[in-house]
Design a protein around this ligand. Sequence first.
Ligand code: SAH
Length: 402
Amino acid sequence: MTVANIAHDVADLSLADAGARRTAWAGREMPVLATIRERVSKERPFAGLRIGACLHVTTETANLAITLRDAGASVALCASNPLSTQDDAAASLVVNEGIAVFARKGEDRDTYYRHIEAVLETRPEITMDDGADVVTLLHTTRRELLGGVRGGTDPIIAVNEARTKHMFDNQYGTGQSAVDGLLRATNVLIAGKTAVVCGYGWVGRGVASRLRGMGAIVVIVEVDPLRGLEAAMDGYQVMPIAEAARRGDIFLTTTGNLNVIGAKHFPLLKDGAILANAGHFNDEIEIPALERMARGKRTIRPFVEEYALDGKNVFLLAEGRLLNHAAAEANPAAVMDMSFSNQVLAIEHLLRHAAELEPRVYPVPPELDAQIAKLKLEAMGMKIDTMTDEQRAYASSWKAGT
Ligand code: SAH
């Protein structure tokens, strides 16, 4: 195998050795995936299967891609965000693992879509699609390829809905890495600042609790009364963005929705307000409006852009793209271990049950979730109990009273 035979477009192949070391480092924190890899390397459930993956190209994803390859698949990988690629991990996959990768950190929009097209050119039978850009193309401009697609994980088997995914990856992973991105980009002190977290889903609650742990006064913005109530009883102040906009020193959007901090809120911001996003797409902050309203803009330091508005300056981090990927190293391997184990087991499940499955979104089967949680606990050296027969009978009966 030589590099020339591997289709690729990566930034710098000479980063491969550094990438290999960091990929192995991440792998140390991914024991569940390693256990699965050992099994699938023998069983080869994906022999001959073409997998097209559009994921953040990180050292954790590298461990996933290697597992898929060892399970017999031929894998083509592109980035699911222009700023999230780790160029060394990408180079290592090409040079050391012989895996086709199309991803360069900081690629422009055209290159981003060219890279997705390059993956589609391999006529994937299975897609893994973080952000659904591949699925969108398959249902719009590349419909002729749809017939060859047997299924996919996110969003078709909804890996994000697995409990071993969102409870850990979203909450503890992004909770930590978004704060990591904020710190690396700005080096601001969190203690004593008012931090506004928009969205109290699994990511939002993770970010909020970590910011509070570092001494911030945390305000939550929500649209769902139950989540708002939960935030209130978790001890946060809950208020509309129009009010929070006047108070916040730091804003982090985690909603997955559009223009959460928008044109009408920018005039309300304090001088020095820092705006950042930890959701997948860069449209949670209404950047086109910010660009329109600003009298000028300049780069202060990497991932920090200053916008001059009437009477004040505000700062946008990482172009409003996911801060944890752009300015830090994305979610730590220990949580991606479970997310990516879900991906592998979900594909196995899909192939095994292809005949019965209809074209719709399916959850990850709960028994796979339980299997992953059990393996993770074991790997952490912890054990749980099993119910006694007496307890099982008690728990499943309505007859026992006081
Ligand atoms: N799948 C969602 C988008 C999620 S964006 C959707 O379709 O809308 C953020 C995703 O980045 C998370 O699902 C998380 O699993 C992934 N991620 C976080 N850290 C990562 C890492 N180190 N490597 C690869 N992916 C990562």
